[in-house]
Design a protein around this ligand. Structure first.
Ligand code: AMP
Length: 466
C-alpha cells in the first residue's frame, strides 16, 4: 500500500507531473474512494501565489459533468493541495491513433461534450486558454472531463466583457490572434483550440506547429487549400465545419451556437464496428474499481506544456473577478471531510514504491503491454530499442526509466516507462512532458522494436481487480 497522505488516505500513484508539481492518486483505506490530488508548490513568488489562488477559485466555480470537479483544498508551508475528482479513464490523446484519429462517432460524441463544457465556462465568463488533448480526461463511463485551469481567466463579470491580451496556451492549439499578441476576445480563442482538437481526433495529427503564415501548412489553410494532410483525410461535412471554426478571422469564426447548428454536429453517426480489441479503449466500468467521489455540486505559450512560472494575471484581478456567490455554490462530499480537516503530515513518502502495487491497474491506458521476458531481459531490450531509435534513456530506479527525445516537430518529449509486476511483467508508459500524439507515436515505435517480447495473448489491465 502507498504512503499515508492524511490518516486513512494513501497516495498510490503519480498521475501526472508539471512545472508546478505533481498530480497524485489518493485512495481511502476504508471506503476505497479515489481522489486526484494536484500538489502545487509555493515558491515564495507573490505572483505565483496569486496564480495558484486564481486556479483554485476558478475550479471552485465549476460544477458540470464534463469538467473535473474540485472537492476542496488544503495548504501547508510547502504546497497547496487541490482535491479533485479522479478521472480514471486517462487522457484524450491516448485514444487518438497517430495519423488515423478515432471513430467519427466517438469524435462527434466527445466534441459535443467538449462544446457543452466550454459553453458552461463561457456562460460563467471563464476562458480556459489551454484546451488540448492532454487536458481532456475521462471518467469511468467514458465521459470527457476538461481539466487543468492553471491558465484560465475570467473575461466577463456582471455582464461586462474585457478583451484578453496575454499570449498563453500551447503553440499548435493557440489561435492566430493570441499568437500575434493582439488584444483579443476570449471565446473565439478557446473555440479555435477546440477546432484543432477536432482535427486531431478525426485525422490523428495536428494541422500545424503554430498558426503562423511563415509556416507553409498554415499559410495554405489561410488560402483555403485543404488538399494536404490532415485536411485531405476529412469528409466534406467535417471539413466544412472546421473551415468555420479554424477561421483566421476571430470576428467571423463560429461561436458555440453556430457550431451546434452545423450539419456535422447534428448528424446522426453510427458507431464503427470494432475490430478485435476495443478500438478506442472503451469499456464499461468495473464495479470493483475504486469509487470516485459522488458529484458535488508575458508570453505563457509553449509547444507542449505551458510554463507555469510566467503567468502574470494579478491577484487583484482574481479578487475582482470572482464573486462570492460563485464560491457559495461549492459543496463537498462527506468521504473527504477528514482529508480537508486533518493535519497534513510533513513527510510524504516517495511514490516510486507505489508503482509496484496493484493500484497501478487503476488508470485506463492504451500505452502499456505485457511482455513474455523476465525483467533483466526486458530492461536490456528496452535500452537497446531506445538506442536504435535515438532516444535517451535514464534509469530512475530498478523499475522505472525516463526516456527523452525530440519529436517530429523538434519539440522536447519526455516519458516514463515502469516495469510492473502485476500477474506478469507489464511495461507501462506515461507521458511526462510534450505532445500527447507524438508520445503515442514514440510508444508505437518502441512497441514495434520490442515486438518479439510483446505478449499479445494478454490484454493489458485497464481495470482494477482490487
Ligand atoms: P495538469 O497539470 O492539471 O494538466 O495535470 C497533469 C496530468 O495529470 C494530466 O495530463 C493527467 O494525466 C493527470 N491528471 C490531472 N488531473 C487529473 C485528475 N483529476 N484525474 C486523473 N488524472 C489527472
Amino acid at each position: 500500500m502507498g504512503s499515508a497522505f492524511i490518516e486513512g488516505w494513501n497516495f498510490v500513484e503519480v498521475l501526472g507531473e508539471g512545472a508546478y508539481g505533481e498530480v497524485k492518486l489518493a485512495v481511502n483505506d476504508v471506503t476505497n474512494t479515489a481522489v486526484a490530488v494536484k500538489i502545487i508548490r509555493w515558491n515564495g513568488d507573490k505572483q505565483r501565489s496569486a496564480d495558484i489562488r486564481k486556479e483554485v477559485c476558478i475550479q471552485k466555480i465549476c460544477n458540470h459533468d464534463n469538467i473535473i470537479r474540485m472537492y476542496g483544498t488544503r495548504e501547508d508551508a510547502t504546497s497547496v493541495y487541490m482535491l479533485l475528482e479522479y478521472a480514471s479513464g486517462g487522457e484524450l490523446f491516448d485514444r487518438i491513433e497517430p495519423d488515423v484519429g478515432m471513430d467519427p462517432f466517438n469524435a462527434q460524441r466527445l466534441f459535443r461534450q467538449l462544446m457543452d463544457a466550454v459553453s458552461y465556462l463561457f456562460d460563467r465568463g471563464i476562458a480556459h486558454r489551454d484546451l488540448k488533448p492532454e487536458n481532456l480526461l475521462f471518467d469511468d463511463y467514458d465521459n470527457l472531463k476538461v481539466a487543468d485551469f492553471g491558465l484560465a481567466t475570467i473575461f466577463r463579470r456582471q455582464g461586462v466583457e474585457r478583451d484578453l491580451d496575454k499570449c498563453c496556451g500551447t503553440y499548435p492549439y493557440v489561435a492566430p490572434e493570441v499568437l500575434a499578441k493582439r488584444p483579443h476576445k476570449a471565446q473565439p480563442a478557446d473555440i479555435w483550440s477546440c477546432g484543432v482538437i477536432l482535427v486531431a481526433m478525426l485525422a490523428g495529427e495536428l494541422p500545424w506547429d503554430q498558426p503562423s503564415v511563415d509556416l507553409v501548412e498554415y499559410k495554405s489553410w489561410t488560402e483555403r487549400k485543404s488538399t494536404k494532410p490532415p485536411f485531405n483525410k476529412l469528409d466534406i461535412l467535417s471539413l466544412s465545419l472546421l473551415k468555420h471554426i479554424l477561421d483566421p478571422n476571430a470576428s467571423t469564426r463560429f461561436g458555440i451556437a453556430e457550431i451546434k447548428e452545423h450539419r456535422w454536429y447534428k448528424q446522426r453517426l453510427t458507431k464503427a464496428l470494432i475490430r478485435g480489441k476495443s478500438q478506442n479503449n472503451q469499456s464499461s466500468p468495473d464495479p470493483k474499481r475504486f469509487r470516485t467521489l459522488p458529484e458535488s455540486g508575458e508570453s505563457v505559450i509553449s509547444y507542449s506544456q505551458p510554463d507555469m512560472t510566467s503567468r502574470s494575471d494579478s491577484r487583484e484581478e482574481m479578487n475582482h473577478n470572482i464573486s462570492s456567490d460563485h464560491l457559495a455554490s461549492f459543496s463537498q462530499p462527506i468521504d473527504i471531510d477528514n482529508m480537508l480537516l486533518s493535519q497534513i503530515p510533513c513527510t510524504q513518502g516517495s511514490s516510486s514504491q507505489l508503482s509496484q502495487t496493484k493500484m497501478q491497474r487503476l488508470v485506463k491506458r492504451m500505452t502499456r503491454f505485457y511482455v513474455t521476458a523476465d525483467r533483466d531481459q526486458a530492461v536490456d531490450d528496452l535500452i537497446r530499442a531506445c538506442i536504435q531509435l535515438g532516444y535517451n534513456q535514464k534509469k530512475i530506479n530498478a523499475y522505472t526509466f525516463s526516456i527523452t527525445t525530440t519529436d517530429r516537430r523538434n519539440s522536447y518529449l519526455a516519458f516514463r516507462v515502469s516495469l510492473l509486476d502485476i500477474d506478469g511483467l507489464l511495461l507501462d508508459f506515461r507521458l511526462s512532458k510534450g505532445d500527447g500524439i507524438e508520445f503515442k507515436r514514440c510508444f508505437t515505435k518502441l512497441k514495434l522494436h520490442l515486438d518479439c517480447l510483446v505478449n499479445d495473448d494478454r490484454e493489458p489491465p485497464m481495470l482494477s481487480q482490487c
